[in-house]
Design a protein around this ligand. Sequence first.
Ligand code: NAP
Length: 313
Amino acid sequence: MVSFLQDEYDIIVVGAGPAGLTSALYTGRSGRRCIVFEKFAVGGQLPLIDVIENYPGFKRISGSELAQRLEEQVREYDVQIRIEEVLKIVDKGERKIVSTSNGDYVGKAVIIATGTKPKQLNVPGEKEFYGKGVSYCALCDGYFFRNKVVAVVGGGDSAVKEAVYLSNLAKKVYIIHRRDKFRAEKEIQKKAFATENIEILWSTVLTSIYGDNFVKGIVLKSLKDNREYSLPVDGVFVYIGSTPSTEIFGGVKNEDGFIVVDGSMMTSIPGIFAAGDCIVQCKERAWGQISVCVGDGAKAAIAADEYVSKISP
Ligand code: NAP
């Protein structure tokens, strides 16, 4: 039931990361009435990225600069961007009701671009010391670990890249990885291998985090000989992948919660599209690539525009 009908839009975009902002840019330029809702900050996870070196057209650009440029470009058109958390989306056929913390909005089409959130290790101490030495964001919290010793868990692009970032602040950085090979890009790996104050603990898992008011150390287990030992550290940065933020969507998702879309980015519900890191298409994900999210966002906007032109005004 609609509690407070605020306004009707052609296209409602949920999420203001690279995918959502690109959808809004295309929608705004096509003259459709568009509103974008974002829970935290415009740019999504972009402002949390120190430097981006693989976004076409820019040899190097900071995440916050790219976010700012994208937002400025979207604001050239008649698109509203609001910081309001979307709580649910209800399908009413040719109209969708998007409920936020502020009320209900009606859209002819919706594009969900809500991205992902960091996965947790689920080991003792992780929750207890969150914000007291345990972090999921090196760019946000790295500064507090100047000249200290930190551990980074994971072996993907995020873990290895953020370990290199932290090595400029911390005295020593341990990378704890469960296998004997990284999955990170070769270029990113090269930087980590060449950094003197990074030590890699291969085939090792973190089993618990201990401390008093703040993290004092971690317990590690070598998977080669099952030896358990503690390592004193001041901070732990967890970069072991991410899970999709798709709780607001009631249609078809895969077993990991990613929204399943077809070739035109439409979900199982006609008129609801999805783009970016929160989707799976032909069993493929966006793989955390900004350029892929941007492409998906454009495709979703074009498809949503076509859909809106076919339904009742
Ligand atoms: P990811 O590629 O999924 O890597 C996760 C890492 O964490 C893997 O090394 C994995 O180990 C490890 N891991 C997973 N669960 C674990 C657990 N329970 N305990 C210990 N280790 C665990 O995630 P990501 O690094 O966040 O990257 C996500 C996507 O964004 C990727 O597609 C990546 O390419 C992209 N990205 C790109 C850049 C860039 O600059 N190009 C930067 C950041 C992210 P295994 O290797 O053994 O599976």
